[in-house]
Ligand binder design. Sequence first.
Ligand SMILES: Cc1cc2nc3c(=O)[nH]c(=O)nc-3n(C[C@H](O)[C@H](O)[C@H](O)COP(=O)(O)OP(=O)(O)OC[C@H]3O[C@@H](n4cnc5c(N)ncnc54)[C@H](O)[C@@H]3O)c2cc1C
Length: 467
Amino acid sequence: MSQRYDYEAIIIGAGISGLVCGCYLAKAGLKTLIVEKNAGPGGYCTSFKRGGFQFDACVHSLGSLRTGGNVRTILQELDIEERLRITRHDPSDIIIAPDFTVHYWNDIDKTVSDFQNIFPAESENIRKFFDYIQGCEGIALMSLKSVTFQMMLDRYFNDYRLKAVLSLPVLGNAGLPPSKISSVTAVLIYKEFMLDGGYCPDGSVQALADILAARFREFGGDIFFSCAAKRIKIEEGKVLGVETAKNDIFSSKYLISSIDATSTYMSLIGETASGQKIMSLLNKMEPSLSAFILYLGTDGKLENVRKDSVIWSMPHYDIDNIYNLTVQGKVDELDWFLSRLSSNHSLFMFVNVPFVNEAYWQDNKRRLIDIYINKMERIFPDLSRHIIYKDAATPMTLNKWTSNHKGASYGWAKTPSQFAVTGFTQNTAIENLYLTGHWTTLYQGVGGVAYLGRDTSNKILKKETAQ
Ligand SMILES: Cc1cc2nc3c(=O)[nH]c(=O)nc-3n(C[C@H](O)[C@H](O)[C@H](O)COP(=O)(O)OP(=O)(O)OC[C@H]3O[C@@H](n4cnc5c(N)ncnc54)[C@H](O)[C@@H]3O)c2cc1C
């Protein structure tokens, strides 16, 4: 490698994807820098302390940690498996529907029989569905790109309540109803998160980001925190380096952006260098929904609620209606939610919401906190009497924290037409510019972006060795 550059690779963003990518590049011997606008690593996978309670900001559990799962493999390859202490909660998820409760156990057979007991007429189809999901990978998985999850559910099942209860985790974990989501994403949510999920780093999810950041440094990488990238320097269609908000300029051979694609192309690269094609695509693409998140500190006396499992409240079976109310911004009327009461008595709840605008959240945040506490009493009786601390994050908070476009939770909405869009995958039309993370129109969630971080580094290292 020539000495012309300050760094051989610069990564923008120390979320999980940027950190994983950085670890592999630095491990391979590339002089690598990560610039992160926040004071610490993690992006959405971060935690904080307030009012004496520890809260996970967004990510509340991890998947893909089975032997051979993406995250497990990455931890092993980076030799940090022993550092991350993880507890797998069992059941990982509990869905409380109007006339039944279903559990996602660590043992898939137990989960299948839970479903079969509730829907005996669909018994055989349930087994076939979960078997198919578990074995679905490679070409079979990619062939589902244009198939909506609704089409898939209709192939297997007749019972509308069964289809709805299988759709709720997809709505919660991707922000789309079955009629709109690509089955690639829906199958991955099931395979990598619902059937191989419920893993929580001991302490908080921040541990994962901290361990990756430390490992990156051990491999010789530099991380500059509180250091926002302001401009990606490009000349004659080729990456030159990055300029920071403090006006420092660092040259590099490769530039990897793990931040949202709108900022990357519109603000950091600019319209001229990005090209008309990308600009017009950007105007058409839809981000995923954002989230309204409650952080509640409780007195530890909430009774009859299972701790550490994710509990879903499903008040009815009309998932399209939930989605329609959401996109119409009728946040008061939404009546489902996802929650997790931790052993340390902190209670996390979230619901998908649209970005709306800053004024709406300023005017309504406090009111919505109390409205949602009230809704949560369906699952957590007398909740309001047990709260010691309460606060919330709105789409504005998420946007300010990570600069994710419109506070989107999962990058681009994973509709069939927005899966693997040219210019928005890892390779770009600009020489030596790569994208990684949940704005790549490929994968999402910690497991998905960790996979992408590793895969992006592979693409760069392959190019390096070919030269
Ligand atoms: C409410 C909520 C709940 C979720 N729950 C889960 C869950 O339980 N499990 C799960 O697996 N996934 C969950 N997800 C999804 C998951 O958090 C994301 O898909 C994943 O963490 C995205 O990682 P990333 O590295 O692609 O991007 P990010 O986490 O967005 O990281 C990008 C980083 O880039 C930095 N940055 C932005 N602009 C600049 C700039 N100009 N210069 C320098 N740095 C910059 C940001 O500060 C940030 O640190 C959840 C998301 C939300 C919002």
